[in-house]
Design a protein around this ligand. Structure first.
Ligand code: SAM
Ligand code: SF4
Length: 329
């Protein structure tokens, strides 16, 4: 599949649920109202849509959420999607998780063909972790991470850089990832969905973090690109990579290779735009995949050139009204 700007679409990210056992302050409001269960795609429908994308040339699938591992029966979806790895139609099946349920599922994920996981963890301080996630226990996450590594899964840690929250801890986090053999990706906060706080208060530009890292570690730029918004450095002392995702301060859209599906079947062609196509109607319209394929093709033909994330300084409202847990990170 090629979009109107000649970009090949090979990567689908799927939010399998908008629900989560955490309420990270930058992601959700404390009293989040979740989508009605009746609106959520069944696991079979999710499989059908993912499979249609694989048949259209998608080579990488990432399940996300909300927290993907709290969705009941989600392992059966991993199991069935694993068949596309076996057939050679898919290169990678992976997930982004808060790792609270990873100790339970790591071995089975490996068995389904998953080889790498992204784990979101913003701090190594139990108190900060509790406050940031509104009640999360850090030790549960660390156990999950350990179980993943023991099961043979590669682990990448995702950390949102937050001014005044984990700002001073990031150099230590680089050290901790190095000791454990994990790559690390640092993320700037994105203005997605109303939360209880003002995001501009803890927006921390990664250029500043990079400067801070340079005083402790030896950073060398590496020219790697995944078609995503990251730029990478290698850390001389640990040999591991650190990625910087800077959606607010840089434009990375020229090489975008991905689209995103919500758990209600809305396909967003860009994380930073509200345009979407309803694949649930298409999947429910017929038992054959004709209408679904047609809807996918129409969607790709409308992929926008790029995002325009801003936090409106006058109203302080986010530029994208839906929360990250709806679209999947
Ligand atoms: N629950 C899983 C987790 O936390 O890994 C998967 C979903 S979560 C929405 C995916 C990623 O989005 C996480 O790494 C999280 O830190 C990030 N995220 C959530 N809200 C964000 C925001 N407003 N700006 C930047 N990153 C955000
Ligand atoms: Fe849940 Fe992930 Fe959002 Fe945190 S970032 S509230 S773990 S979906």
């Amino acid at each position: 599949m090629k979009d109107p700007f000649g970009r090949k679409i090979t990567y689908l990210r799927v939010s399998v649920t908008d629900r989560c056992n955490f309420r990270c302050t930058y992601c959700m409001a404390e009293d989040m109202v979740f989508l009605p269960k009746a609106d959520i795609l069944s696991l079979e429908e999710l499989d059908r849509i993912c499979t249609a994308f694989v048949h259209r040339g998608v080579r990488k699938l990432r399940l996300s959420g909300g927290e993907p591992l709290v969705r009941r029966g989600v392992m059966s979806l991993f199991r069935s999607l694993g068949r596309h790895l076996d057939s050679g139609d898919l290169d990678e099946l992976t997930l982004t998780t808060n790792a609270t349920q990873l100790a339970k599922h790591a071995a089975e994920l490996f068995d389904c063909g998953v080889r790498r996981v992204n784990v979101s963890m913003d701090t190594l301080d139990p108190k900060t972790f509790d406050a940031l996630t509104r009640g999360g226990r850090l030790h549960q996450v660390l156990e999950g991470v350990e179980a993943a590594a023991s099961a043979g899964l590669g682990v990448k840690i995702n950390t949102v850089a937050l001014r005044g929250v984990n700002e001073t801890e990031i150099p230590d986090l680089v050290g901790w990832c190095g000791q454990n053999g994990f790559d690390l990706t640092l993320i700037e906060t994105m203005p997605m969905g109303e939360i209880d706080a003002d995001r501009t208060d803890y927006y921390l530009p990664l250029a500043k973090v990079r400067e801070q890292l340079q005083s402790r570690w030896t950073l060398t730029d590496i020219p790697e690109t995944t078609g995503g918004p990251s730029t990478y450095v290698s850390i001389g002392e640990t040999g591991k990579k650190v990625g910087f995702i800077t959606p607010m301060s840089h434009n990375f859209c020229e090489s975008c290779n991905r689209v995103r599906l919500t758990c209600t079947g809305k396909l967003y062609m860009c994380l930073g735009q509200d345009d979407h196509v309803d694949l649930r109607a298409a999947v429910r319209e017929a038992e054959s995949d004709g209408p679904l394929m047609e809807a996918i093709d129409k969607a790709i033909a409308h992929k926008p050139k790029g995002h325009d994330f801003v936090i409106d300084p006058a109203t302080k409202t986010p530029s994208v009204q839906r929360h990250m847990n709806v679209t999947g990170g």
